[in-house]
Design a protein around this ligand. Structure first.
Ligand code: GLP
Length: 234
């Protein structure tokens, strides 16, 4: 695991955006795993700015988002579909057919999870996955206690995660479930970049740094992977 200390949020965002675009330049048909949350917003903003100058950088890219809420229609402002459109997809030349997000409205959620795993495999597996870090160490929506061998599935969200993400659900109906890539799915990505920044993350960053690998702290699974970079805002 390579740790890079970032001076501030802008520095973290610049470094993450640079890594994403460098990867795409070196291999335009990149398969990216993409996160949501507050932390990656600056990264996407930089990517969009840089792509505006570099016409067609996303034309061959395939993306898979880490997660999506269950029971929230895509057009709802709190959905991760809306988030991705707002911060990335509407501003780059990605083909909507290759921008994948789990369908949290699927009538058969188990089948949707299987389909998502199959799509990732059909694309040739994830090349480079960016992750945010939950305050309790969650990655994607893999909450503490998630087995490291977990794959894409439906999960119950913890109360602390629901509270942290309540902002965009103004009617107070914060989702209780989500579809998330599993930890094993994430660990199969050839490279991983963890964006460890933002308010309230210091404790989680310290716990990750302690190198104790334990299912009670999902991000610690990243120590098992040979190519992880942590961009840490400290
Ligand atoms: C959500 C997402 C995670 C994200 C986490 C941290 O729970 N499902 O993928 O990493 O929030 O979000 P933030 O960056 O807003 O702290």
């Amino acid at each position: 695991m390579q740790w890079i200390a970032c001076n501030d949020y802008d520095d973290l965002s610049d470094r993450a955006a640079y890594r994403m675009l460098r990867a795409i330049r070196s291999h335009p048909r990149h398969v990216l795993g993409l996160p949501t949350g507050r932390t990656p917003i600056g990264t996407y903003q930089r990517v969009v700015q840089l792509c505006a100058r570099e016409y067609r950088c996303f034309r061959e890219v395939v993306t898979f988002n880490l997660d999506e809420y269950v029971g929230i229609p895509p057009e709802h402002p709190g959905s991760y579909y809306s988030y991705m459109k707002k911060y990335l997809f509407d501003h780059v030349d990605i083909d909507a057919k290759t921008a994948n997000i789990p369908n949290g409205m699927a009538p058969d959620l188990e089948a949707e999870c299987r389909r998502y795993e199959e799509e990732i495999a059909r694309a040739g597996g994830l090349h480079l996955t960016f992750l945010g870090l939950g305050r309790n160490g969650h990655i994607g929506f893999n909450e503490p206690g998630t087995p490291f061998h977990s794959r894409t599935r439906v999960v119950q969200l913890s109360e602390s995660t629901r509270a942290a993400n309540a902002e965009l659900f103004t009617d107070g109906r914060v989702p209780t479930r989500a579809i998330t890539m599993g930890i094993a799915t994430i660990l199969e990505s050839r490279s991983i970049v963890l964006l460890a920044g933002g308010a309230g993350k210091q404790e989680a960053i310290e716990r990750l740094r302690s190198e104790v690998i334990d299912e009670s702290f999902p991000a610690s699974a990243l120590w098992k992977h040979p190519d992880v970079t942590v961009l840490a805002q400290e």
